[in-house]
Design a protein around this ligand. Sequence first.
Ligand code: EPU
Length: 452
Amino acid sequence: MDTFVIEGGRRLSGRVRVYGSKNAALPLTAAALLTDQPVTLRDVPDLADLRNMYRLLAELGCVRTSEPPAEQPGVLRLHTQSTSNSHARYDLVKTMRASICTLGPMLAKRGFARVSMPGGCSIGDRPVDLHLRGLAALGAEITLTAGDITAKAPQGGLRGATIFLGGASGSTVLGTANVMSAATLARGVTIIESAACEPEIVDLANMLNAMGARIRGQGSPRLIIEGVKELHGVEHTVIPDRIEAGTFILAAAITNGDLILDNCPMDALLAVVDKLAAMGVRIATVPSAPGVPPAIDPMRASVRVTCDRVLKPVEVTTQPHPGFPTDIQAQLMATLTLADGNSVITERIFPERFLHVAELSRMGAKIYRQGPTVIISGVKRLIGAPVMASDLRASACLVLAGMAAEGTTVIHRVYHLDRGYERMEDRLNSVGAVIKRVDDKDLPPDSRIAEG
Ligand code: EPU
C-alpha cells in the first residue's frame, strides 16, 4: 500500500493550477445515461473515484469512446450504446458512494433502475432516504431487494411533482442531482424545494440545460424543472474544484507560504475566504500571466495567497453551501492547530467526521472533542509522526499537518487521498514541499502501523 513520507518545515511558494471538480464530474458523468448521444466533458480530473465511475457506467452500457488524446488531458467522451443492463452491482457501488448518481438518470431514461444501496462510510451514516422520497414523488415505485434499490417508472414515464428535499442537516447534494436529473425527462413541471445550492448542482443544471433540459433556479433552494421529451449530446467544461482550491489555500497558510493558484473558483469559496481573512490569510486576485489583466470569471480566477506569520483562531460551523464546507473542515482543523489561541469547529453536516482528530493529536495538536464540536487549542509546533489516513479529506488534513510539522511524518493508506486529489504530492513538491510516495513494505519497522 502506498504511503507518504513528508519532510516538514518547508514554506510553499510558487504557482499551481486547480483541476476540475471531482464532485461536479461524478454526477455529470452519470448524466450521460440520460441521452443516446455522446457527452464530452473537459477538465475532468484523473482520479480513482472517476475511474470507478467509468467502470460502472461501462457495465450500464455507457462507454468511454476514446482515451483522452495526449494533447488534451482531461477530455472524456461518454456514449450510451446499450440499455440491456440497468443493475449497478454492490461490488462496484461499495467502492464509491457516488454510484447512487446513476439511479435518477437510468430511471428517467430507461424506466427502470436497480442500484445497490450504498453502505455507511468512515465519515458517518450516509442515508439515501431523501433521494428515494424524491424519486417516489415523481411516481417511481421503489422497493428494496437483497440490498438493492429497485426503481420503476409508472406507465407513461415519471411525472412532475412538488418535492421538499430538506433533511435534518439541510438539503442533499447527490439527492438533488438525482431528482433534478430524473425530472428533466418527467411529464410536466417539477418543483424541488430545499434543493442543494452547491456549485456542483449549478454545474449539473447548466450542463443538463445545454442538453435541452429546462431547469431554472439553480444555485437557489427552489429548482423549477419543465420536463422535456429527450436530451441530446453536449460538450461541457467541468467547474474547478473548490475543495482542492481550499486545500491548497490552507496548505499555503499552514506553511506560512506564498502561493499563486490559477483556475481558482473564488465565487464558490466566499465563506472560506471570509474565515481565512479573520485568521490573517490574504487572498488577492492577480493576473493569470504577466501583463494579462485579472480574469473576470470569478469561477476561474488567479489568486495569490499570503498570510501573517502567526494565525489567529476562529470559530467555524460547517453548513450546506454557501456556508463553510464540511469537505474543508479537516484541512482547516490542521491549520488551526498552529493558531495563536483557541478555535472552535462545529460539524453540522457529518457530526462524526472527526477521525483526523486522533491522528493530529499524535503529532502534538491539542484538540478536545465534545460531540459535533471540537476545541483546538493552538500549539507552537507539530511534531512529525506515523499517522493513518482514514478518509479523503482527513488524508489532506494530515498532508497539511505533515508539511508544517518538525521532522518526518509518515502517512499510511494514501489511497484515500488518490480518490480526490490528482498527483497531490507532485503538485505540492513543485511548490517546495518534500513528499515521497513509497510502498509501506519499504519503510523501517517503527514507521509501520499494525493492521487491525
Ligand atoms: N442525508 C440524509 N438523507 C439522504 C441524503 C443525505 O439524511 O437521503 C444527510 C446526510 O447524512 C448528511 C446531509 O444530509 O448529513 C448531507 O449529505 P449529502 O447528501 O448532501 O451528501 P452527499 O451528496 O452524499 C456530497 C459530496 C460529499 C460532501 C457532501 C456534503 C459528492 C460525490 N459527495 O455527498 O463529498 O461532503 O455532499 O457537502 O459530491 C468528499 O468529497 O470528501 C465528500 C464526502
